[in-house]
Design a protein around this ligand. Sequence first.
Ligand code: ADP
Length: 228
Amino acid sequence: HELRTPLTVIGGFLETLSDIETPDPALIRRSLPLMSDQAKRMQMLVEDLLTLSRLESDANPGREEPVNVPDVARGLYHDALALSAGRHKVTLLLESTAWIIGAEDELRSAFGNLVSNAIRYTPEQGEVRLSWKSTADGGAVFSVKDSGIGIEPQHLPRLTERFYRVDRGRSRETGGTGLGLAIVKHVVNRHAAKLEISSEPGQGSTFSVVFPESRIAADTAATLKTAS
Ligand code: ADP
């Protein structure tokens, strides 16, 4: 259904255009951007579906190596500034120097989904805060807090299901595939981490990925101790 709709739109336009002997240039001008939007939509869907199926087909993270999470967070902070284009107050708080044992591309993609959601579901002038902190039990937590539209409690348990959306229109308008949090959930599970969501409608949401101590790269935990 998700792929069929954009295909139907593109197919419909092409059929109309090929039925007319000399198509009206204005009609062509109008339909090309619409077809191109639908093609982009399908492309994003296919990419997210491929990512999901890759994640589902093997149980363990791709290549396990120490991942410099503070660096990843800095990169995502710059992506967030670009995505927001000045519409939000974006901040980054790095309280931990810990690195995580895991797959860097997977972690970047999961954290990046949370960041892009925060920007997409937060109206102009709102705030988006990225943070990386240590936890009381020796682990670390990456959080994205926004002051956006928030989520009613009854939706929270279902958010990581494929194609589950609270507001279909809003997701579409902002270029959502409905697969972002399903991808996040897979990556989180593969890293023995936990996804925690807290949200209040009209106030905002916080999405946190909590890593256990066993995932912290040993030498970076030492850096933490000497730093504190
Ligand atoms: P989508 O591509 O639709 O954003 P996701 O899987 O990333 O798909 O998220 C699922 C749904 O969760 C979204 O459609 C939206 O309703 C809700 N959601 C996700 N992040 C936020 C957020 N930061 N604030 C409010 N709602 C959110």
